[in-house]
Design a binder for this molecule. Structure first.
Ligand SMILES: *Cc1c(COP(=O)(O)O)cnc(C)c1O
Length: 378
């Protein structure tokens, strides 16, 4: 039986919520299920203010608006990320400045951030790759000293922590994704976390096409109108209904995924000790949230041949992130700096099949195929 890379987990009662929501007469945005989802995130993680969005990409675009990014402003972020991290700021006319990752973890290197700051720098975006926290103490310290916004692209990082604080709640803003490849899913969907109350009201206005409709529905004002720019960032309540079913299974989903992560880790450790590959490094301040499991091997050729070998055995593994600084769209805009750690991670990372229903037996099978590859090729 082939082992796919991902298999979305859909509780049966998702459909009951979807149909029930539709029959209740309101299926537009900011309805019953949207409010239930908001309440969950605020209560469970102590988030100050959350807003569901149609995607993490949209939540990132909201952060660029909230930071009032203007043409010429510089935004520092890793090159080793999904293009949405950069797009959100580029559409506002920002100059994106890509920073290299650490040598042993594919997260942005705080020392690189510091070197790239200029008087035009307005924000730093960090990405907690595979849910493993960036060095937030150092990053927040740098940002405070230079008066910069910090946006956490926490697309991978729901239910993960930095010294006990939930990721997404440490910077000024955090963004999450519920795309079908993430921990909890709504097909497409996302969440904006606004950590600073100063921005909560404007976030709500941007979210509702530049109107103060949300405050109107809460009875805080007696009529609503167009008060700022904005867009339709809020998802249909059907999306929220689908997500709410996942939320009701949140603990089960998370315990299955964390167990899976640690099973891979325990079974691959002996191969790491033999020097064949490396498992992810988890710093003492970070946690594992079972977002994805990656290994790194010693060269790009080896990664590609291991991918092909696994594929020939019916196992779908994947590479991750072609560096943004050398992408067809951006390479001519990049300032020419080498980002060696980014290039090395991009060439050598391999993501293994990862989904809630992947059994321990299947994990064993994947690991034994990896073992077989190294025994054959050595
Ligand atoms: C998935 C992902 C996104 C985009 O999420 P969408 O919900 O698909 O827009 C952004 N950043 C990172 C790091 C991601 O992995």
């Amino acid at each position: 039986m082939p082992i796919p890379f991902n298999k979305p987990f859909i509780p049966w009662f998702s459909f009951r919520y979807l149909i029930g929501g539709a029959l209740s007469g309101t299926i537009a945005g900011n309805g019953k299920y949207t409010k239930k989802c908001h309440a969950f995130f605020e209560k469970r993680f102590g988030f100050a203010k959350v807003l569901m969005t149609t995607s993490c990409s949209d939540a990132l675009e909201m952060t660029a608006l909230l930071c009032r990014i203007e043409p010429g402003d510089e935004v520092i972020m890793p090159s080793f990320t999904f293009m949405s991290t950069a797009n959100a700021f580029l559409v506002r006319g920002a100059k994106v400045v890509f920073a290299d990752t650490l040598a042993d973890i594919p997260n942005i290197d705080p020392a690189e951030i510091e070197k790239l700051i200029t008087p035009k720098t307005k924000a730093v975006v960090v990405v907690h790759y595979s849910g493993i926290a960036c060095e937030m103490d150092r990053i927040m310290d740098i940002a405070q000293r230079h008066g910069l916004f910090v946006v956490e692209d926490a697309a991978h990082a729901v239910d993960s922590y930095h010294n006990g604080r939930p990721l997404g709640s440490i910077g000024h803003f955090g963004t999450f994704s519920f795309h079908e490849t993430k921990n909890i899913i709504s097909g497409e969907g996302g969440l904006l976390m606004v950590n600073d109350q100063e921005f909560a009201m404007r976030a709500e206005i941007l979210w509702e096409k530049g109107t103060n409709r949300a405050a109107f529905y809460r009875g805080e004002i007696d009529k609503y109108g167009w008060v700022d720019i904005g867009s339709s960032f809020l998802p249909s309540d059907a999306v929220a209904a689908f997500l709410f079913a996942q939320i009701e299974r949140f603990d089960r989903i998370q315990s299955a995924r964390k167990k899976l992560w640690w099973n891979y880790h325990a079974m691959l450790k002996p191969l790491e000790e033999k020097g064949y590959l490396k498992c992810p490094v988890v710093p003492g301040f970070a946690t594992v949230n079972g977002n994805l499991f990656y290994i790194t091997v010693s060269s790009g050729e080896m990664r590609d041949s291991l991918l092909a070998f696994l594929k020939s055995r019916g196992i779908s593994a994947l590479f991750h992130y072609l560096p943004l600084h050398s992408s067809p769209y951006f390479s001519a805009k990049h300032d020419g700096r080498e980002l060696p750690n980014t290039d090395r991670f991009s060439a050598s990372i391999l993501r293994l099949p990862f989904y809630n229903s992947l059994s321990k037996r299947q994990v064993k099978l994947v690991v034994s195929r990896i073992n077989e590859y190294f025994l054959r090729s050595i």
